[in-house]
Design a protein around this ligand. Structure first.
Ligand code: NOJ
Length: 543
């Protein structure tokens, strides 16, 4: 039996991303809350999760569902109170679970007191906490920067006769991180939560945090991006409005603050770039983020060669000793099982939990939750409305967690008559089948697959720490790799095609199947040749 090398917790962890509005509603108002997360800690512990990342829980007018913060050091009443967070931290820690909050440094809500002051006059002491500029020579915006959500990144403020900048909605004005008072105020926010015992932060929208001090126009892209088509916002190369060299200094400063706290505290950066070398730069020399989200995979089609390329490109770009992440779903993307297919989602689960990077599971992916078309009928997410691109609605992947087959799927507490309220987004029509209770009772369900994979990863140092070597195996459409650590060796073979195939793996190894996507081949002997059904993946322990 091999043993694990000493390493920080986040290298061995399985992180689970919760969208708090949609996890469990204990008050019966149709919106998920923190007591609901506390109630489900046992579920997460049994599943084998190590750390939770919660999308923002702070006070907010909810224009962007919490990513528009109006008070960083208080909790939105829909979710609970500061005392509920304390209880969550304590109970999560008792169960061996760590807690990461979502820190939104780039922008506040326009309802934040800081912005109310800032917009009150050109001479207000907080004017310079945000980015205000005079109109351009033609009376229009000061430059060509675009909001990621569509339209110009500048909004005219009639009362004080200047434009303010916003990388996202106009209700999300960007902070001016060149102002030392802003840096100090935002560091106080981090300290506030670290002092309460949180284990770290997922850091939102990292690249635009600091902008060009000369406000130069962004050029147009010369090469097409493979990301989703977000209209004109996608055509600009954000070299002045984002990804500035000064950002690294700000992040080092933030990391110093984190390192001053006892117990390893984590900074997990949302560096939204499809270019692995950009993402990798933000690990610094182990003095910026300890982990950066690999957001390229969710933008790829279900093709073995492409996914392999981006897994390897991300790993290959990392500074020595740094750890990759694997992200296959999030609150910003279509659901994994809708994007790639339900059968494919099982193969993807094997990939997620047998590669080297730290896996991040989006809530509900473990039961194969699907995008809800109904959620898009009455869009709440402001982005598609603004961008005129309804297909971008993020509502469909944010629907309530499906706990059981009851009418409200166990998401909301029911009233005295037993009727659950209407949830803030509709329950998926297939919740009767895709839910935790039915899948826990079914040994072949996708839940059972996740559970078996997590158990395997946790008991197999090779899957966490081991070397990775991909093999070029015919026919095309397979992703086959070896993981090895101190004599423990696995072959993982994933068939991305719907057709069956037979593959032959060079070398003389023999072994046995320890897991398959269909959960029906355990113990099968392996002699170097392998038949795979369509959309099947297997993990083989080599002798
Ligand atoms: C990235 C977050 O994941 C997304 O949900 C949000 O809309 C933007 N950042 C703006 O904060």
């Amino acid at each position: 039996m091999s043993s694990s090398p000493p390493s920080p917790w986040w290298e061995q962890a399985i992180i689970y991303h919760i969208y708090p509005r949609s996890y469990r509603d204990t008050t019966g108002n149709g919106v998920g809350d923190l007591p609901g997360i506390i109630e489900k800690l046992d579920y997460l512990q049994v599943l084998g999760i190590d750390a939770l990342w919660l999308s923002p829980i702070f006070r907010s007018p909810m224009r962007d569902f919490g990513y528009d913060v109006s008070d960083y050091t208080d909790v939105h009443p829909d979710f609970g109170t500061l005392e509920t967070v304390d209880a969550l931290i304590e109970q999560a820690h008792q169960k061996g679970l760590r807690l990461l909050l979502d820190f939104v440094p780039n922008h506040t809500s326009d309802q934040h007191d800081w912005f109310r002051e800032s917009r009150s006059s050109q001479t207000n002491s907080k004017r310079d906490w945000y980015i205000w500029r005079d109109a351009g020579s033609d009376g229009g915006p000061p430059n060509n920067w675009l909001s990621y959500f569509g339209g110009p990144a500048w909004t005219w403020h009639e009362d004080t006769q200047q434009y303010y900048m916003h990388s996202f909605l106009k209700e999300q004005p960007d902070l001016n991180w060149r102002n030392p008072q802003v840096v100090e105020a935002m560091h106080s926010v981090l300290k506030f939560w670290l002092d309460r015992g949180v284990d770290g932060f997922r850091v939102d929208a990292v690249l635009p945090i600091i902008k060009d001090d000369q406000f130069r126009d962004d050029p147009l892209r010369t090469e097409a991006s493979f990301g989703k088509d977000t209209g004109p916002a996608e055509n600009q190369l954000r070299i002045y409005s984002a990804n500035r060299p000064e950002l690294h200094g700000l992040l080092r400063h933030m990391r110093d603050l984190m390192d001053g706290y006892p117990g390893d505290r984590l900074l997990l950066g949302e560096v939204y770039s499809l270019d692995p070398s950009t993402a990798a730069q933000y690990y610094g020399h182990n003095d910026e983020f300890q982990l950066v989200l690999n957001v390229s995979l969710v933008n790829l089609p279900w093709e073995a060669a492409k996914l392999r390329h981006y897994v390897e490109a991300f790993e290959g770009a990392l500074p020595s000793g740094a750890r990759a992440t694997l992200v296959l779903g999030s609150h910003d993307e279509p659901r994994l099982a809708s994007r790639w297919g339900e059968a494919q989602a099982r193969v993807a689960a094997i990939m997620l939990l047998t590669l080297r990077g730290t896996p991040i599971i989006y809530y509900g992916d473990e039961i194969g939750m699907l995008d809800s078309e109904n959620a898009g009928l009455n869009p709440l997410d402001p982005w598609p409305v603004l961008a005129g691109l309804p297909q971008l609605s993020r509502d469909s992947s944010r629907t309530p967690m499906q706990w059981d087959a009851s009418p409200g799927s166990g998401f909301s507490a029911a009233d005295e008559g037993g009727t659950p309220p209407n949830p803030w987004l509709p329950i998926h029509p297939r919740a009767g089948e895709l839910n935790v209770a039915s899948q826990q009772a079914d040994p072949r369900s996708i839940y059972s697959l996740y559970s078996a994979l997590i158990e395997l990863r946790k008991s197999s140092p090779a899957l966490v720490h081991g070397s990775y070597q991909a093999l070029d195996i015919q026919p095309e459409g397979n992703y086959v790799y070896l993981r090895e650590w101190e004599g423990e060796r696995f072959t993982v073979a994933l068939n991305f095609k719907s057709q069956a195939c037979r593959i032959s793996i060079p070398g003389e190894s023999t072994g046995r199947v320890v897991l398959s996507s269909h959960l029906d081949r355990n113990g099968e002997a392996y002699m170097g040749d392998l038949s795979l059904r369509g959309n099947e993946g297997v993990v083989i322990l080599l002798q």
